[in-house]
Design a protein around this ligand. Structure first.
Ligand SMILES: *Cc1c(COP(=O)(O)O)cnc(C)c1O
Length: 490
């Protein structure tokens, strides 16, 4: 299957490219993204066929439907990464919280956040492609806390790929910082920046678009790629767990094949939600996809009114920091799928130059046929965490907890709702401890212990060990010095 561009073709690039090309060179014409030319039709026969398949077997079948130009052995090695999850036979458990609320736990990988679902296999694919071509790649990542650890973990000691990861010093949780600064491998560099996440992100964007920087890298025989969710190599792995979760509900007797469900996604850059959208288009019986946000509710407004508005908005700091995003990159792939390349280019240009755009009434109706949305304040998130724990005995992280608002407000029909849990409680323990016991300003280690006691949950070893591991990465610099630091690492 080939890949085409969301904003059309500029004549200087090929009009359609292979999967491996789209992975290694994720930036398309006019600043657009790559999307599959046509989605495979899986339908109910596919669901019937995979009712008893384990996760890797299902994953293999979904990937093969895309006919990627990746050999069979590489796909096997990529999917083998799921063997390192808590339970290799069930990397994504789906927990029934009530008759209409199921939680699909996407966080059982090495860094305890859902980024592992895509980045773990993606790391194998990218490194293998780079080796086959005899090319060296640099992955630059800026992180507010979850992408960084997952990117470092997947590329650790992988040939032909180096990772430089920028994080705001003091702007992440203790656990997230330790996950990064205790990573010790010659191909990894972790760089703390004096400033906020936005500063790290802005510095990164400036480097990515600097011709001089590209030229200096070329002088060191290194190319730039990207491991964020603009890369379709991540999205392809994010469709599988939506199909898996549906089949789990069938296996648990909650639905029969063909019944519709809601998917409820805590959203930032919209990669997770896009995976659900593609799964629905490939034939998964989905009533609607519920898009849950925190107070950075630009997506809620977009789905309610058709207006995507960045002007006069500032990113707010919330208790679900991985969703503190205003410019949600994968929305572009939805625009393309619904309205085509010409309109997508027009809308994205308006977003860049005017700081926003307005969909027509007819376009909005098409958007609302698929999506509904709501957002939760930090206070509502804490209440949701506390009540779900006290009434149902189920503990969720703040990102997951944003979904309970849409669960209550967005379902017109009494159908089961699959909420995607994107992080383990261990990653955002101070917020959760505050929700459960009222204690505030706890350090992660104290909050972890107190939750562990209250909820009778043990702290997983990869988190507990972090506090005793030696610090391997101690660089903290001014943002003006990032380029120099990265080049000396290469
Ligand atoms: C990345 C992340 C999200 C947002 O996912 P998108 O695919 O960017 O919408 C939500 N929750 C957590 C914990 C994350 O790490």
């Amino acid at each position: 299957m080939n890949f085409i561009e969301t904003r059309g073709n500029d004549g200087s690039r090929p009009a359609s490219v292979s999967f491996s090309h789209a992975i290694l060179n994720p930036m398309a014409s006019f600043g657009g993204l790559y999307v599959p030319e046509k989605l495979p039709a899986l339908g109910e026969a596919f669901l019937q066929q995979h009712i008893d398949s384990d996760y890797k077997t299902l994953a293999r079948a979904v990937l093969e439907a895309f006919e990627p130009d990746i050999d069979s052995d590489t796909l096997d090695r990529a999917l083998a990464r799921y063997d390192d999850f808590d339970d290799p036979a069930q990397p994504v458990p789906v927990v029934r919280v009530s008759d209409e609320l199921f939680v699909s736990e996407l966080y059982h990988g090495p860094t305890r956040a859902f980024k592992d679902m895509a980045l773990q296999p993606f790391g194998v694919v990218l490194s293998t492609l780079a080796q086959a071509r005899g090319e060296n790649y640099l992955i630059l990542a800026a992180t507010s806390g979850d992408t960084g650890p997952a990117t470092l973990e997947t590329f650790k000691n992988q040939a032909n790929v180096k990772v430089a990861c920028l994080y705001p010093d003091g702007g992440t949780s203790d656990v997230q910082r330790l996950q990064m600064v205790t990573e010790d491998a010659p191909n990894l560099k972790v760089i703390g920046i004096h400033g906020a996440f936005d500063d790290a992100q802005t510095a990164l964007k400036a480097l990515l678009s600097s011709d001089a920087f590209h030229a200096r890298l070329a002088g060191k025989h290194t190319r730039l790629s990207a491991a964020n969710s603009v890369n379709f190599g991540r999205i392809i792995f994010q469709q599988i767990y939506h199909i898996h979760s549906y089949l789990e509900l069938v296996r648990q007797g909650a639905i029969t094949i063909g019944d519709k469900v809601y998917l409820n996604v805590p959203s930032g850059n919209f990669g997770n939600a896009l995976g659900g959208y593609y799964a629905m288009k490939m034939g998964l019986p989905v009533e609607k996809i519920l898009i849950s946000s925190n107070s950075n509710n630009v997506l809620t407004d977009w789905i309610h009114t058709g207006r995507y508005q960045l002007r006069d908005r500032k990113v707010l700091t919330t208790s679900s920091p991985a969703m503190d995003i205003l410019k949600s990159s994968n929305v572009e792939r939805i625009l393309f799928d619904l309205f085509g390349a010409q309109r997508t280019r027009e809308l994205m240009a308006s977003l860049d130059t005017e700081g926003g755009y307005q969909l027509s009434g007819e376009e909005l109706a098409r958007l609302q046929a698929v999506f509904a949305a709501d957002f939760a304040s930090d206070e509502e998130v804490e209440t949701a965490i506390r009540e779900t724990f006290e009434q149902r005995g189920y503990l969720m992280d703040p990102h997951t907890a944003t979904c309970l608002k849409a669960h209550a407000s967005c379902r017109d029909k009494a159908l089961p709702d699959i909420v995607y849990s994107t992080a383990e409680w261990t990653k955002f323990s101070p917020t959760i401890a505050h929700a459960l016991t009222g204690e505030s300003d706890a350090h992660d280690i104290d909050a972890l212990r107190s939750i562990s006691e209250t909820a009778k949950l043990s702290i997983p070893s990869m988190i507990a060990e972090l506090f005793d591991r030696p610090i391997a990465q101690s660089t903290v610099i001014d943002k003006r010095d990032i380029e120099k630091e990265v080049l000396s690492f290469i």
